[in-house]
Design a protein around this ligand. Structure first.
Ligand code: GLU
Length: 377
């Protein structure tokens, strides 16, 4: 099958794009300083993409690499606590480098430090997602790294390829670009095998493709091809196309826009429906919201559930937990993630959204269940 027959995604069509940049690109290993000129070029490319209507999120590594020299931690393998200490020092510099690069394009940078728990625990997931989408709506470019300083071994991503894929899944991005030291996936390691062929498109992730990952590279980077293929599996099954593209060149995203070689992994599912399947199927509801006939009709038309339409709140659930939505006759009409705890939901049930702040003393969401977090049964 030819690549064109597979409708290869074009970066120029991205609506919501996550770009991941590894330490070897962001940091000059010798000097242990940011590669500021290159970051400035990436920021210019980001400005071009935004001018075309693409929302951009950056996942940037480099915190640990930026601090190694200052802290005299130059041995190839660091202990977890040494990495955490280095990240605490380097993250400030990393954020500064991005702020400088983006503000030269009149773009406001926003920093988010996430752990695996933030993308897996439902309450934190809702919060992280809401913050990210709000930042995008406010015109910022979120710059994300793993929260290395607090992430213990069990809750570490350990590599930013996987973190970037989880972020793409969380914000329902349609494209993820991993900038790398190589322009894509090859049938074998091209540095060792002259027969190695570049693969422009991977229509589906197969065990054969995953086996092309090989071993992680030596040196400071944690990724290599293996973690990129793990990222490809996560992103594509969430409905997001992913590219591995060459970062070691000036204006890497402009190059991609102009047709530079890369490997595209095509999405295997529709992310929205995957998420909705997750809400509808795999979570055990911890409570019920009984709604009036008007609200039940509005839900069927695709609206969110507002507190005004809720008559009875039963059960004990926290913000982000799954709940059943029952119609006035008691039949289950939908399931969703509640934006309020059971206690707060009881207080605001039957009230208009404008009254929420006066009742609870703080301003939460207008919706008790947002339509993105709701599945009709
Ligand atoms: N979070 C680490 C850092 O910023 C890097 C992890 C990775 O590159 O995959 O230094």
């Amino acid at each position: 099958m030819s690549a064109t027959a597979l409708a290869v995604p074009a970066l120029s069509h991205a609506k919501r794009l996550v770009i991941k940049l590894g330490s070897a690109l962001v940091v000059d290993g010798q000097a242990a300083t940011p590669r500021q000129n290159w970051l400035n070029e990436v920021a210019e490319d980001i400005a071009t993409l935004r001018a075309q209507g693409t929302e951009v999120i950056v996942v940037s590594s480099g915190a640990i690499a930026l601090a190694r020299r200052t802290l005299n931690l130059t041995q190839p393998r660091l202990k977890l606590e040494e990495k955490q200490a280095a990240a605490a020092v380097g993250q400030i510099r990393l954020a500064q480098a991005w702020t400088e690069a983006l503000s030269a394009q009149s773009i406001t940078a926003a920093q988010l430090l996430l752990t695996m728990e933030d993308t897996e625990d439902r309450r934190r997931y809702l919060n992280a997602r809401a913050t990210l989408t709000t930042l995008l709506a406010l015109g910022c470019v979120p710059v994300i790294n793993e929260n290395d300083t607090v992430a213990t071994a069990e809750i570490r991503f350990g590599d930013n390829d996987r973190l970037a894929a989880r972020v793409a899944e969380m914000v329902e991005a349609d494209q993820l670009v991993l900038l790398s030291d190589i322009d894509g996936l090859y049938t074998a390691d091209p540095r060792r095998d002259p027969e190695a062929r570049h693969i422009p498109v991977v229509p589906v992730m197969t065990p054969e493709i995953e086996a092309m990952g090989g071993e992680p590279p030596p040196g400071y980077s944690s990724g290599g091809m293996r973690t990129k293929l793990v990222a490809a599996r996560i992103a594509t099954s969430a409905g997001c196309a992913m590219a591995i593209a060459l970062g070691h060149q000036p204006h890497p995203l402009r190059a991609l826009l102009q047709g530079a070689a890369c490997t595209w992994f095509l999405p295997s599912g529709d992310g929205r429906s995957a998420r909705k399947r997750w809400i509808g199927g795999s979570l055990s509801p911890l409570g019920t919201l009984t709604v009036d006939a008007g609200a039940a009709r509005a839900l069927l038309r695709g609206s969110s559930l507002l507190p005004a339409g809720v008559r009875v709140v039963a059960g004990d659930f926290a913000r982000g937990d799954a709940v059943r939505v029952l119609g006035p006759e008691g039949a289950e009409v939908a399931r969703g993630l509640s934006a309020y705890s059971a206690e707060d939901a009881r207080r605001i049930a039957g009230h208009r959204s404008e009254e929420i702040e006066a009742i609870l003393g703080w301003r939460g969401r207008d919706e008790l269940i947002h339509r993105d977090d709701l599945v009709l049964l």
